[in-house]
Design a protein around this ligand. Structure first.
Ligand SMILES: *[C@@H]1O[C@H](CO)[C@@H](O)[C@H](O)[C@H]1NC(C)=O
Ligand SMILES: *[C@@H]1O[C@H](CO)[C@@H](O)[C@H](O)[C@H]1NC(C)=O
Length: 420
């Protein structure tokens, strides 16, 4: 509309030479452009609200998402509750960095993480979002006990753990392991190694992708924010200086490392604790305590197809092997020379609750936190050491499989469209 008005204004018609008429015309044009801008911004502001009123169910049906069950619909409703502890912490700090903690079902670990978060300097200035894959009472109780900042819980409504007896859970007709779909008349597409889907295993990648889409584009609390968001997991011990260090990294990033897409709390090799040098480090994107902004999220979101069709059930390997390489330049992340987060715990996520390979680990950790880890320990005058051509998963890796079922690909794509 605006373009049309502009070309009208440039149109040289002798009858418009009259100066008074020109002034009148420009007044009209200005008014019209303001009105049309208002209309556009009203549209932008009301669309998400509208979809809430029309009812989530309609939107979901249009998208071809699995039909919600009573429980999943209750979870969706719960996800719209406001954060808790607003009475204790009525205002978030300006430029706060929202923290998203994504968890499954290892309460003995979550207790450790929450305890470590309670000691983080500055945590009360921000919002903690806990994203649950499945609903587990014990996990829930731990989160409900948090009193050190605003907390919002969200539950992945399409978690296989929420669907018993139908996709995304196990359906009676599903092929298992190396079944031959033709001979057994079962449903499912095997992965590149001939194995059929396992709901427990695919739930990890689904949850991560659902959470990313929901936090950036779905939640009222975060969908408008243009700062960084920090992501941590239920087995990441967070040091007291993590939040202050992260604020420094985020503010230094544009100057010190224009090529950096993110800031990391820990080295990308999760077994290392840092070099202890007097310098910042730029290296390949890590998966422990990573923070990035909406610009980067938009780039990731545009690669939904790459993410959703890559035959690997690990979200991080999927990112390293397909999404990051597709950006066209190395994806560096900026961090300090001492770690501010540590990955702990021996139990992998797809062990834990299994019958045959129970992983018993009481979550006791012995992570040394020195005085230097209790206060911000990054200096703004430091230079940046860049690690080029590091080892690790990259373009060309075929994937570990576990993600061959077309229903999983479609569900994943649907998550990317849910809020658009
Ligand atoms: C977000 O981060 C990227 C990568 O560091 C940067 O290029 C971009 O300018 C940032 N966007 C905003 C809005 O700050
Ligand atoms: C947890 O396990 C470790 C060894 O794995 C043991 O030393 C410790 O006492 C246990 N703690 C509890 C509370 O059971």
């Amino acid at each position: 509309m605006l373009a049309v008005f502009c070309s009208m204004a440039n149109y040289k018609n002798p009858r418009l030479k009259n100066a008074a008429f020109k002034r009148f015309l420009s007044l009209v044009l200005v008014t019209l452009s303001i009105v049309s801008l208002l209309i556009v911004s009203l549209r932008i502001n009301t669309t998400p609200g509208l979809s809430e009123n029309v009812g989530i169910q309609n939107v979901m049906e249009k998208l071809n998402l699995p039909k919600g069950n009573e429980f999943s619909i209750r979870l969706e409703e719960r996800n719209r509750l406001p954060p808790r502890n607003i009475d204790l912490y009525p205002k978030l700090a300006k430029d706060h960095i929202t923290i998203v903690l994504y968890v499954h079902n290892r309460p003995q670990y979550l207790r450790v993480v929450v305890k470590s978060l309670s000691n983080v300097v500055g945590i009360s200035e921000t919002l903690l979002i806990v994203s649950h894959d499945g609903y587990f009472d014990e996990m829930n109780k731990i989160v409900e006990g948090i009193e050190f900042c605003q907390v919002k819980q969200i539950f992945a409504p399409y978690s296989p753990h929420v669907f018993t007896g139908s996709f995304p859970g196990v359906s009676p007709n599903d092929c298992k392991e190396k079944d031959d779909a033709g001979k057994k008349h079962c449903i499912g597409d095997p992965d590149q190694y001939g194995n059929h889907r396992s709901p427990k295993i695919v739930s990890l990648k689904h949850h991560w992708w659902w959470m990313m889409n929901t936090v950036w584009d779905g939640l009222k609390e975060t969908r408008g924010s243009d700062g960084h968001i920090l992501f941590i997991e239920e087995d990441h011990f967070i040091f007291p200086n993590a939040y202050r260090n992260l604020q420094l990294l985020v503010s230094l990033k544009p100057d010190k490392c224009a090529d950096c897409y993110a800031a990391n709390l820990a080295p990308s090799d999760v077994n290392l604790r840092g070099e202890g040098w007097d310098s910042l480090i730029a290296e390949r994107m890590g998966n422990v305590g990573y923070a990035f902004n909406r610009t980067v999220w938009r780039k990731i979101h545009r690669k939904a197809k790459e993410f959703c069709f890559f035959d690997d059930y690990n979200w991080d390997i999927t990112m390293w092997a397909t999404v990051y390489p597709s950006f066209g330049s190395p994806v560096y992340s900026l961090r300090g020379p001492r770690t501010s987060a540590v990955h702990f715990g021996k139990c992998g996520l797809h062990q834990g609750q299994g019958k045959s390979n129970d992983c018993i680990d009481n979550g006791s950790v012995n992570i040394q936190v020195d005085d230097i880890d209790k206060v911000a320990n990054i200096r703004s005058e430091w230079d940046v050491e860049v690690y080029e051509n590091q080892q690790g998963y990259k373009a060309g890796f075929k994937g570990w499989g576990g993600w061959g079922d077309n229903r999983d690909h479609q569900l994943c794509l649907n998550f990317a469209q849910m809020y658009h």
